[in-house]
Each structure stands twice: as C-alpha cells, then as structure tokens.
Design a protein around this ligand. Structure first.
Ligand code: SF4
Ligand code: SF4
Ligand code: SF4
Ligand code: FES
Length: 948
C-alpha cells in the first residue's frame, strides 16, 4: 500500500466550455478558456514551482515563485494568475526564471527556522520541496537576519497547532477559511514584514470564530498549521480512501496511516460530495475508535441487574440464538424483531433485515429513520414516486434561490453548508423557515437571509400552504410545467384548496406568528427568482404533520417548475451517515429493498427464491409498536444493531418500560450505550475504520467504506449478523461485503448496475443505477416523474394535539450542534467536548426574566411526559414562547420530556414540538439521579476470575 497521491493543479478548474490551445515548453495543450497557465502546464505534467497557489483556492499571486516567460510579453508574469490565451507560447524554465526563483526562495529561507530534520512536516513540506525544485544551494543573506514577528505557538485547538515561526505568510489559510469554509476566522494582521496570521482579533484559535474544519491546516504548505496527531506520531506511509461515518453529507477522506494507526484523516479532493472539504467531526473526531471505554469482548447476563460476564463469541452467539428461539417457541414467531442501524453499511443493514425476515420469520424490522426521515419517504414517494432527494450537492452551484426549511446546515451538514454559503456569497438569495434565527439568517459573514420566517413550532404546513396560496392567487404558477409534467386535474383541485381564505398569509399569520407580508415576499422570491431549490431537515419531518409538510414542499416545487434540472429540486438533508442507505435496504417493516411493498407477490417471490424461505406477507411492527407490544407482554426479544433507542427515541420512560419488559435484548454496538443498560447480550461492534462496505448519503450517492485496520473486536458487523443467522438455523454465506452488494443488485432494480467493481471504477454512484442509467442519476425526474405524472396533494393544516396552556406555556424544539453527533456516543469520546460539554436550554430573555432565570442557571424543564434539568442559555436566537435544546448528552435525557405524539402517516415522533414549563432548579431530578445510579449498576463488568 502507498499514499494516495492527489495532483495539485495550482488553480481551480475553469468551467468554460470554449477551449483554447497554447504551447508550453514546446508542447501543445488545449484547455478550457479561463484556465491559468499554471494549471495548463500541470495538465502536461509540468509542475511550475509555487507556494501561494493550490487548486482548492482562487489564484492569489503573492509568492512570485511561479513566474514564466510569454512570447511577446514583457516581464515574467505569475503563471497562477495569468489565464491562457489561444496561440500563447510559454516557457517555464529559462536561466532568468531559475535565477529569479532562487532569489525568491533565498528570501523565504533566510527568514525560516532551519530545523527541518526535527520538524513535524519533514518530508511533507512544500517549502522544502520548492527549495529542492528551484535548486537552492546557498542563501546569500545568511540565516541570522531579522525574522517575521512571532507571537508564539498557539496550541489551544485540541487537534492542531499554530507555530508562527514557520509561517511564510502565503495567505492560503486565510483564503481557505474564507473561500472553502466560509467562516472568515483568520486575517493577516500587521503590514509588510510585520504581517502575521491571526485568528479573529488576535485571539487564540479556540477562542476565535474558528469551527475547526481543518481547511487551513490542509492547505498550509509548511508546518505552521499542523495536526497534533502528525506531531505526535509522524508522517503517514500509506493511505486508504474511505467515507465519513458521521453525517449524511458523506465526505470522502484519505485515512492516512502508519501501520495500523491512523495518523490523520484528510478530505479527498475527488470526493464528489465534499470536493476536498470537511468538518471538525470527520476530520478530527475519529479517536473514539480506540477509546478506552470501547467494548471489545462479547458479554452476557441473565438479568439486567447482574454485572456483565465476558464470554467467547461462540458462547455469546449461541446464547443469543437459543434465547430468541426459546422466546419464539413460547410466545410465537412475532414475539421478536430487530432494528437496523443507519450508522452501519448498506450491506450490514441489508443482512439484518434479511435475518429478521428470513431467519426470525417476521417483518418486525425497523430503523432509526423511523424517528427522523420516514415522512420524507412517504411524502416524496406519494408526490414524485421516489423516496429520496432529487439533486446532487453540485447542483447548489446553479441555485438562485435556496429555501431552507427546518434545517440548520452549518451545524448539522457543515460541508454542504460551506458549499451553500459560497453560492450565497456569489449572489444567490436565501429564505429561512425556522423557529430559530439559525446562523445563516444573520450570523454568517457575508451571508444574510433575504427573508426569515420565524414560525411557531408545529405550523409548517400552514406556512407552506400560505406560500402556495400566494403563488396560485398572484398568478406565479409555472403552468407550462404543471400541464406537461403533473396531473392537471389534481393540480386544479389543489389550487382551489390553497386559494381558500383560510390559507391566505393573513389568516396563517395568526397561527404561525409570521407576518403576512413576509410570507408573501418569500413566496414571490421563490417563484420568480430563477432556479429555486428547497433543502429541508428534521424540522420538517419530526412533527405530527411531517408527511404533510414534505408533500407541501413537493407541491411548491411542482407548482413553480422547480424540479427536474440542475439548481432546483427538493432535498432532504439526511442526518446520519447511512440513513438513506438503511431505508433503501428495506429496513422498514412494510418494505423490501428499493421501497417495494412486502405485500407485492412478485417482489416477495423474488426474495423467497433467492433466500430459500417463505416470507410473511403482512408488514411487521414499527419500533414504537414493538415497544408497546413489549409493555403489553406480547413482544419479548429484540436484536438492535448500532442504535441507541433509549436515548434517541421519544418518551424515554416508555422506551425503558418496553425494554425492561423483554426477556432478551441483544445490543450490538461500540460502547455500553444507554439501551445496553437493559440488554442481556452485548455484541461488540466495529467502527467504520474496521470494515468494508458502502454508505449512501443525502444525494443518493453510494460510496465505498474501506477497511483501514483489522476490527479490534474481532469481526466486522456484517460477520456478526451472519454468525447469529447461522446459529438461528438460517444459513448465509459471504466471503466479502461485495457479494452482499451483488445480492442487493440482483434483488433491487434501482441498484441493478451497482457493484464494488463499478464503485471502484466510477468513484461513487447515485442510484438509480441500471441499464437506463449505467453511471447513476445525479438529478432525478429530468424527463418526467418516476411515478409518471407529478401528484399534487391537499395539505390541510391540522394543529398538533400538543398544545400550550397555563401548565406548559412554552414550546420546546430540539436540534444539533456542529461539534457533536446525534446521541454523542462517538463525539463525546473525543476532544470535541471542548466545544459542547453539555446540552443547554436556549430561552428568550423575556421568558427568562419572567421566571427569574439567569444565563447559566440550572432550570427544570417539564412536560406532560416527564422532567429533566439542564442549564439555561439566555439568547434572542429563540423567539419569546419558544425554547430549544440539543440532545447529545445522556445526562440531560432530553427525550424524557418529549411526548409520544407522532406523524400521522409514519409514526415519526414529534420531537420538534413539546409544550413545556421552565422553572429554576437546584440540580438533577429524581428521575435523573435514579437513572444515573441504575446506569452505573448496569454497566458493571464482572472481573474475569469471578466470571469463570
Ligand atoms: S499559516 Fe501556513 S497557510 Fe497560513 S500564511 Fe502561514 S504558511 Fe501560509
Ligand atoms: S480550522 Fe477552518 S474555521 Fe478554523 S481557521 Fe481554519 S479554515 Fe477557518
Ligand atoms: S460529519 Fe458530515 S460534513 Fe462533517 S466530515 Fe463527516 S460527512 Fe462531512
Ligand atoms: S504560486 Fe503564483 S504567485 Fe505564488
């Protein structure tokens, strides 16, 4: 194995379609107009020396190392800032150029510490490389002269250091923070020789606006900005391209290794989702894989009050299988089920649902998408015919109006947010529909939302229907599109409905709190501003009308013709890394892979023939039904792979009661998570670094996950499922996950053309991929909707049953924060905790004052379902009457207070609306204390000798 080498072309690719031909060092080259001479030379394999240029950034032209000679032009222009021209004749290597370049390098080196042999970037330093490339043999000015100012090393960031003594003031870092990340955290302070890179107003990196994305570290040509892991371990000797296991953006990374130790994760420029960028989670927060709390040995116990007993894999698997068989014999086939993981690979997810349907003989399988994006599946398949986003991320580069609904991408989908911010800085307009003033509304440098609609939680459908009212009644419908592509009768019926006075902005203003004029302006902008793209998140789906809201979004896109080409579309921003894949793989109780209903005889027979079993025709139980049945005493055993339902599902007390009522709970995970407190069998899982397989991101992009180290627990997760299946008497045999994908492709028409070989060849594939689309489908519904005619749906606003009143006068809504991921099991076990050590309750100053709550005070957060305590953060980010918290820390138990109301179509829980009251508090509630004690007891592992 070797290091994956990516070519640095020096300047970004030109998008021009017209081409020009020129001559460089006697060789002819044809490139798009607007290409720099530097990049054109690189196309020929000629590396012109450079320091301030890199192809991730626009050309800057400050170092003067990349000089060339051009026939007919005076002087020696910089090749990075000079565009090619037809017939141009360029020379990159003449005596004059050599002399000039050496002179430039002499100046750099005379000011640079000469500690190359002990420098952490030794062997990976562009300054070193350039000294070699220009043939520098001597420095006439000596090394003892005046140096640039050196404010001292900054080690405040947990993941990288800043050592100004090595800085060559090339500004790459400043430009990366601006152009790629869009945070503008860095400046060059001082002038001329006194110039120095500075975070913010001469703060530390940790104290500045820096969000630790790592873009500046990646582009720094010297050791000035360097990963602490490289300083500690040394440079890498081989690398493997793989896919981030955190969010639904699906960033590609090079896992740079020394032996089986990860040295660093570097975003991969050829990754089509991230184009070489990353966020703090994927880039730096991988240390959980070797965290001391990771469980590496299987464990069993008779009762959850017993300590765990470490056993062999054979014993654990045999025990799990015999318990499941015993339960089925006693209580019936349907008394057990399982949950697939959106953190695991497609292949692993597919096998878990295969085991449950084929081995357990029941359709009692569900996935965490139930609690996040199940309404997306329902809403988009009803209106368009497919359960997925319509665009690729590149599409945003063609968007004129971005409408963001119930999503906070700078925190939850940061790399997509950076791409969106770039487009907004180029002039695209933004509409934000969200109860909170998220950063993109007005706290992001050089970005300001044209309209923010701060609606009351629970009123999405009313507001979206009011937008439609304006579009229809003001004659802004794209009639040609609707007549050609949609069912015209249904459209007319819908248009009549949205035009009703009760759906006017004036009427909706009363329920939503959004001024009518703001609704009107936003509707006009979306309908008339050019390419309109809608991006939405869990603020849309996690409501009692989640599916209705998704359909209201689809209606808007169809009515304005904003679907079926680049720059437009309807795009759910998926939460977990493989939530799209887990849905695609048939994790829902009513669907086989590719969203085909289990009751379809032809589909079922296809699976039955290949698997050699008879499948149940009726859909099985959803997660909440399994828990209800457990409380009722009819559901007794569950296999949960990579999912912490106790922390992530609503109404924690009910989840706990359901788990406690079961006779065999099998948890397969990396850590003893909260659900494992109720488990009888613990099967240690493997991390994404330890397995092969695929993830599917929010763009429907299937990407390879490649093993970079052997599983520390002994098995990849799919292998554990195979062992359990065999022990249950359902034989499966695979030597490699690629064979599982081959089976998926055989059984699933939208995956027919997918294989590991094709993924290796193409880098990634967006489904559908089949005979009609052998290289996949970046943009869907180009020439017609998948279901034929687009279907407008009536979206009547029905207020949630969760109402505020004198006892619970405030509305709680929940969300994520950049540094933490989901239930925090991974990120809490990394240095990311420096940014978010606890969940805080955001409360408006007016509401805080009324209750005598000051910033930082402990408060009791109570709902009809339960109560918890956490500390307050007094802020105007939330409107009066609305409070907000994240749910990353188990101590907070935010879901103790969320209710069991859910989406009418899919049972997706209504996390985003809970009526609550806030009162000052002295500390944790009785429930929190009891829970903590029980969790402590439950996590005990018997010493080995006692276990034997
Ligand atoms: S810190 Fe690195 S990238 Fe930034 S100016 Fe200095 S040498 Fe260039
Ligand atoms: S880590 Fe990212 S946000 Fe922080 S200074 Fe560097 S580029 Fe900017
Ligand atoms: S967490 Fe998401 S945005 Fe961050 S690196 Fe991973 S995939 Fe990319
Ligand atoms: S690389 Fe062209 S001026 Fe620096």
């Amino acid at each position: 194995m070797s290091l994956v080498q990516e070519i640095d072309y020096g300047t970004p690719r030109s998008r021009a379609t017209k081409e020009v031909t020129l001559t460089i060092d006697g060789q002819s080259v044809t490139v798009p107009e607007g290409t720099s001479i530097m990049r054109a030379a690189m196309e020929l394999g000629t590396k012109i020396p450079k320091l301030c240029a890199t192809d991730m950034l626009d050309a800057f032209g400050s170092c003067r190392l990349c000089l060339v000679e051009i026939d007919g032009r005076a002087g020696t222009p910089a090749s990075c800032t000079t565009p090619v021209a037809a017939g141009m004749v360029v020379r990159t290597q003449t005596d004059r150029l050599k002399r000039l370049r050496r002179g430039v390098m002499e100046l750099y080196i005379s000011d640079h510490p000469l500690d190359c042999l002990t420098c952490s970037a030794n062997g990976d330093c562009e300054l070193q490389d350039m000294a070699g490339a220009v043939g520098l043999r001597d420095v006439r000015y000596g090394y003892a002269g005046e140096k640039h100012p050196n404010p001292g090393k900054d080690e405040s960031n947990p993941y990288f250091t800043y050592d100004p003594s090595k800085c060559i003031v090339c500004s790459r870092c400043v430009r990366a923070c601006e152009e790629v990340q869009g945070t503008f955290a860095l400046t060059i302070a001082g002038r001329g020789f006194e110039s120095v890179v500075s975070p913010g107003m001469q703060e530390s990196f940790l104290g500045s606006e820096c969000v630790s994305c790592g873009a500046c570290v990646q582009v720094c040509p010297t050791a000035t900005l360097n990963e602490k892991s490289v300083i500690e371990i040394g440079t890498s000797e081989h690398s493997v391209v793989t896919t981030c296991a955190y969010c639904g953006v699906g960033c590609s990374f090079k896992a740079e290794m020394r032996g089986d130790e990860v040295v660093r994760m570097v975003p991969y420029k050829d990754g089509k989702a991230n184009r070489g960028h990353s966020c703090v989670k994927g880039r730096f927060a991988w240390g959980y894989a070797t965290h001391r709390e990771r469980i590496l040995k299987p464990m069993i116990r008779a009762k959850v009050s017993d300590p765990w007993r470490e056993v062999s894999w054979d014993e654990a698997i045999a025990h799990a299988a015999s318990e499941l068989k015993r339960i089925q014999a006693k209580y019936g086939k349907g008394s057990i089920g399982g949950i697939t993981s959106s953190r695991c690979t497609d292949e692993e997810t597919f096998l878990v649902q295969k085991l449950i349907r084929g081995g357990f003989g029941t359709n009692n399988v569900d996935t965490c998408a139930r609690v996040c994006h199940s309404p997306t599946g329902y809403g988009l398949s009803t209106t368009f015919g497919t359960s997925a986003g319509t665009q690729d991320f590149d599409s945003v580069e063609h968007t004129d109006i971005a409408m963001l609904i119930g999503a906070n991408p700078t925190d939850a989908h940061p790399v997509f947010a950076s791409r969106l911010k770039k487009r907004l800085r180029q002039g695209a307009k933004l509409i934000v529909i969200d109860p909170r003033a998220i950063d993109l509304v007005d706290k992001t440098p050089h970005v300001k939302a044209a309209h923010h609609l701060p609606l009351l939680p629970g009123t999405n459908v009313a507001v979206l229907t009011a937008l439609a009212h304006v579009i229809v009644t003001e004659g802004l419908v794209n009639e040609q599109f609707v007549r050609e592509r949609c069912d015209w009768d249904e459209f007319q019926h819908w248009a009549e409905f949205v035009s009703l006075p009760q759906n006017s902005p004036e009427a909706v203003a009363k329920v939503s709190g959004v001024p009518a004029e703001t609704i009107r302006k936003a509707a006009r902008l979306y309908a008339t501003g050019g390419n309109g793209a809608i991006y939405y998140g869990l603020g849309v789906t996690e409501h009692s009308q989640g599916s209705t809201t998704v359909m209201a979004i689809a209606n808007l896109a169809m009515a304005t013709g904003n679907i079926g080409r680049r720059g437009v579309g309807v795009n759910p921003l998926r939460g977990q890394n493989n939530v799209q894949g887990s849905c695609d793989m048939g994790s829902f109780p009513h669907e086989l892979s590719g969203y085909r209903h289990i009751s379809g005889d032809a589909t079922r027979q296809l699976f039955e023939a290949l698997w050699g079993v008879t499948l149940e025709k009726e859909p099985g139980l959803r997660i909440n039904n399994m828990l209800d049945a457990a409380v009722d005493g009819t559901f007794k055993g569950i296999y949960i792979q990579g999912e912490d339902i106790l922390q992530s599902d609503p109404d924690t007390k009910h989840v706990a009661a359901g788990l406690a009522a079961m006779e065999c709970v099998i948890v397969q995970d990396l850590f003893l998570n909260e659900t494992a407190n109720y488990a009888h069998v613990f099967l240690p899982g493997s991390t994404f670094l330890e397995k092969n397989g695929t993830f599917i991101n929010a763009e429907r992009r299937i990407q390879l996950v490649r093993k970079v180290m052997a599983p520390r627990n002994g098995y990849e997760d799919w292998e554990i499922t195979v062992l359990l299946a065999k022990a249950m008497g359902f034989d499966m045999h695979y030597d490699h996950p690629s064979q599982i994908m081959d089976e998926i492709a055989r059984l699933t028409p939208t995956f027919a053309g997918v294989s590991f070989r094709r993924l290796e060849e193409l880098g990634s594939i967006q489904w559908p991929c089949n005979e009609k689309a052998p290289e996949g489908t970046p943009v869907m519904h180009m020439n017609g909707f998948v279901r034929g005619k687009g279907r407008f749906m009536i979206t009547e606003y029905i207020p949630t049953d969760e109402r505020t009143g004198p006892r619970f006068p405030l509305l709680l809504t929940t969300g994520r924060i950049l540094s933490q991921y989901n239930v925090g099991a991974q990120t809490r076990r990394t240095d990311n905790v420096v940014w978010h050590g606890e969940d805080r309750l955001e409360i408006h100053p007016h509401d805080a004052e009324q209750r005598g709550v000051r910033d930082g005070d402990w408060v009791k957060l109570a709902s009809r379902a339960g109560e918890t305590t956490l500390r307050a953060l007094v802020t105007e980010r939330v409107a009066p009457g609305v409070v907000y918290t994240t749910f990353h820390h188990p101590g907070t138990q935010a879901n103790v207070i969320t209710t069991d109301f859910s989406d009418w179509a899919t049972n997706c829980p209504e996390y985003k609306v809970t009526a609550v009251q806030i009162t000052p508090s002295n500390g944790p509630t009785d429930w929190q204390l009891k829970y903590e004690e029980q969790a402590r007891q439950s996590r005990r592992i018997a010493p080995l000798e006692a276990a034997e």
